[in-house]
Design a protein around this ligand. Sequence first.
Ligand code: PMP
Length: 382
Amino acid sequence: KKPVCECNACYGGSDCSKLLSNCSADAGSGDPYFLEPFWMERAASSAILVSGWHRMGYTYSDRTYISELLVKYIKKFHATVGNAITEGKYIIFGSGSTQLLSAAVYALSPTSSHSPAKVLATAPYYYVYRTQTQFFNSRDFSYEGDTSLWKNKTDKNSLFIEIVTSPNNPDGKLNKGVLQGPNVKTIHDRAYYWPHFTAIPSPADDDLMLYTISKLTGHAGTRFGWAIIKDKAVYEKMSTYMDVNTMGVSRDAQLRALKLLDVALEEDGKQIFQFGYSTLRDRWIRLKKTISKTKRFSLQKLSSQYCTFFKKERDPSPAYAWFKCERKEDKNCYKILEAAGINGRKGSLYGAEDRYVRLGLIRSKDDFEILINQLKVLVAKE
Ligand code: PMP
């Protein structure tokens, strides 16, 4: 029995099993607590102990900021999962893929040009592409909105940087770049290209790819991501950015990432991905069933696909629901859900209409149960 003091804010009773009314479902942030039970079962084997004297210096013995052993583990991980080609490419680390995104935009932009690079994404897109580019407000690049504004338009004097998220946050689609031409450079954000969230049809082999442990092992708080880069000049510019910005990534974070990848690689990743996939697949099935009882709401359409990792056709298991209010008058879906005790994220954040709301499905079991419960109440009112 759990002691009462550990009850989630929405649960009460002597064993925390009573769902309290007037409780809001937190489906806002993308905290990946769905993997917490996996790590609880491996509490001892995934622990690290760092003595006070350990790794006090700035660099490793080869005078770099990057653990070569961790690079080896990352390459082994990709080869085992089959989700990225790393041979003949460069790898650098960042404090989460968030920092690498900024480094990549910097590295792909011209320096001190009269014509800044145009940074673009296709809606619905992960809003940090917009907020980060605007925040850094550089002479060398600027956020220019949706790719649809530039498709089939020629602007020979500009360089375009298209950010492609595949699978996409928020709708889980395996997106491809839409702009083409010699003056288009693409950043592929592969944060969700892991068997928890999607089929892996083939290893990704793009020029510049971003990965992160945040959505792989679920350790978003460790702040550790990596970029896989084809072009040496781009790699060198990104490395300079990392050196000047933070002198590389915390050695403690690299040590923890190494341990977590080592444990996740047990049985060639079958344990962690089977757990992640079946958890999210079940959640998606339950959510779809709940919404199917009304025509007022809908979810994105995703289909089964052959996965080279599981060696079989697998069902959808997206990280987020891209929830839509179908009625013409329900223009503000966020408000409708909020009034029903459900906190999501507004569609307009993602460059879409507010009749869409993103609901996180990768939070804890409690969070998901509360979400389903509140949705059932809302749907039953129809
Ligand atoms: N890209 C996408 C598409 C994401 O959804 C997220 C996290 N929500 C990130 C990047 C940032 O990840 P990190 O924790 O590695 O900075």
